[in-house]
Design a binder for this molecule. Structure first.
Ligand SMILES: C[S@@+](CC[C@H](N)C(=O)[O-])C[C@H]1O[C@@H](n2cnc3c(N)ncnc32)[C@H](O)[C@@H]1O
Length: 183
């Protein structure tokens, strides 16, 4: 499936994800080999995970979110409803290559080694952001990429990426995504 078809397919999912963000997901995800892993932190409404999964149906997308943000915003009433909403979203799109866990990504045990880690946080605390960046950079393979959404806004994503990814190569920004490549 081409990128425009993916943009169209996920277009109905509520979210802040831009079409240009999806072009970046496609650019990096479509080049992975069968069975390689993508980690998406901050499932939210499921749009980034869905776009990444559709970009390469042979890759596996692991996405984590306890759902607190959408529960706080009254989008869903509770944790169970959040899980139902996300599973329904992926099911409606007939996506099979997503593994969703409604947990804090810091709690994920035995994480896979990823070729791509996408962080879509909400300008969360420096502490949360730094812990996530540090943990998941250890589970990124050499030459893998980190996609940091909202880096250019200068919030904790920028502050912490500049520390944790200081030895990575900044490959630039498209949409709201800044790309860092691990040495
Ligand atoms: C902007 S939303 C993500 C939007 C999402 N990527 C989409 O496509 O709809 C940010 C999400 O990050 C989640 N989040 C924040 N800290 C987290 C953590 N430690 N582990 C997992 N998710 C986290 C929040 O619950 C929130 O839903």
């Amino acid at each position: 499936m081409g990128v425009n078809a993916i943009i169209n397919k996920v277009g109905r999912i509520e979210s802040f994800i831009l079409d240009d963000d999806i072009k970046i997901y496609y650019k990096y995800a479509s080049m992975l080999k069968s069975g390689e892993n993508i980690v998406d932190i901050g499932t939210g409404w499921g749009k980034s995970a869905a776009a990444l999964a559709l970009s390469n149906p042979q890759a596996v997308v692991w996405t984590y979110d306890p759902g607190d943000y959408l529960i706080d915003k009254n989008v869903v009433h509770n944790h169970t409803k959040y899980i139902e909403m996300i599973l329904r979203t992926f099911d409606n799109l007939k996506i099979k290559n997503i593994k969703f866990q409604a947990i804090d990504a810091m709690q994920a045990d035995r994480p896979v080694i990823a070729r791509i880690v996408h962080f879509d946080l909400n300008g969360d605390s420096d502490y949360n952001t730094q812990c996530l960046f540090k943990k998941w950079s250890r589970h990124l393979c050499s030459n893998g990429v980190v996609l940091v959404r909202n880096y250019h806004l200068g919030r904790s994503e920028k502050k912490m990426a500049d520390i944790v990814f200081k030895n990575y190569k900044n490959e630039g920004q498209e949409g709201y995504i800044t790309v860092f490549r691990k040495p």
